[in-house]
Design a protein around this ligand. Structure first.
Ligand SMILES: [Zn+2]
Length: 310
């Protein structure tokens, strides 16, 4: 099939299969879980980045939810970048070497990732009343859990709070999954759990519990495990890029605080000569960092979270 099946048939069901939305040979697995009672439609995607396994495993487990437990419909696309998943690609779709999460709202006449973004924006997002895009630290990236929401959208922020991770990031960027959904009036969040592609019961459990809390908030399920106690920090994120290629030596660990102007890492050559010293433009704390020793010019080095003024 080239399109998803209907999301509302009036009968409780779990329907699984593969959709082939583009002309080329791409098969994207999907699950539609329709409850016996009417309710909202939640879209969950994962595997935009094919090696962020905690998010993919979390999405796959959602397929096992019983329709009897649900009011409304859950659409799950657990591995959007299937070829990237099998090739263990970092960030990009192997078909065109582009990062799908920079291609939105997409282009019907573009390359594979641009056309996939266009299909999602025009044929999938409009089905949903709310959207969760699951991510995590890729194979070369460590992170402390956080949820991103489009800064201008109060409904999205409420979903980010419900997800329950300790840090919430207000984002203003364009080209992302969430931004395309926001432009259509659909509230959405992007949650990041675990790093370096790792997954285990603890991290998948943390991410699954967050999805369930959002489903509960939206009215799709009756109950969910409450979020851990503790204040949620709401921040903006500053991301320095590598000014040169070389070897990356971060000076800060995850969650460590940084002062404005402080050295947060350096890039050296193979013999230890410092090629660039990276100073923080912001005061805050480390949200994620590149863990690869190799770094190429213009790659993101780390994310510094700065508390958002209320
Ligand atoms: Zn990602």
């Amino acid at each position: 099939m080239t399109t998803l099946p209907p999301i509302r048939t009036g009968k409780a069901r779990s329907e699984f299969g593969h959709v082939r939305p583009l002309a080329e040979d791409i098969e994207i697995p999907f699950g539609i879980i329709e409850g016996a009672q009417p309710g909202p439609c939640l879209l969950v995607t994962a595997g935009v980045h094919g090696s962020e396994y905690c998010s993919i495993e979390t999405a796959l487990r959602l397929l096992k939810l019983s329709p009897e437990r649900i009011k409304g419909t859950l659409i799950v696309l657990p591995i959007l970048n299937l070829q990237g998943f099998h090739k263990r690609s970092i960030y990009v779709m192997p078909q065109d070497g582009k990062n799908l999460n920079r291609m939105f709202p997409g282009d019907a006449a573009g390359t594979t990732s641009q056309r996939l973004a266009h299909w999602l924006t025009t044929s999938v997002y409009p089905l949903a009343d709310a959207y969760i895009d699951l991510h995590g630290g890729d194979l070369d990236e460590g992170l402390a859990p956080f949820t991103i929401y489009p800064r201008a959208c109060a409904k999205s922020r409420a979903l980010a709070e419900a997800f329950g991770l300790p840090v919430i990031v207000a984002s203003g960027g364009a080209g992302y999954t969430l931004d395309a959904a926001h432009q259509l009036g659909i509230p959405g969040i992007l949650s990041e759990v675990s790093g370096n592609g790792l997954w285990d019961e603890d991290t998948v459990g943390m991410m699954s519990a967050g999805v369930h809390r959002v489903m509960h908030k939206l009215g799709l399920i009756e109950a969910a495990e409450p979020a851990p106690e503790g204040e949620q920090k709401v921040v903006t994120m500053w991301v320095p890029k590598a000014p040169v290629s070389g070897l990356w030596y971060p000076a800060k660990t995850l969650s460590e605080t940084v002062a404005e102007g402080e050295v947060i890492g350096g890039i050296r050559d193979a013999f230890g000569k410092v090629l660039a010293s990276i100073r923080s433009e912001k005061a805050g704390f480390i949200l994620y960092r590149l863990t690869s020793l190799a770094v190429n010019q213009d790659e993101a080095l780390l994310g510094v979270g700065t508390l958002l003024e209320a």
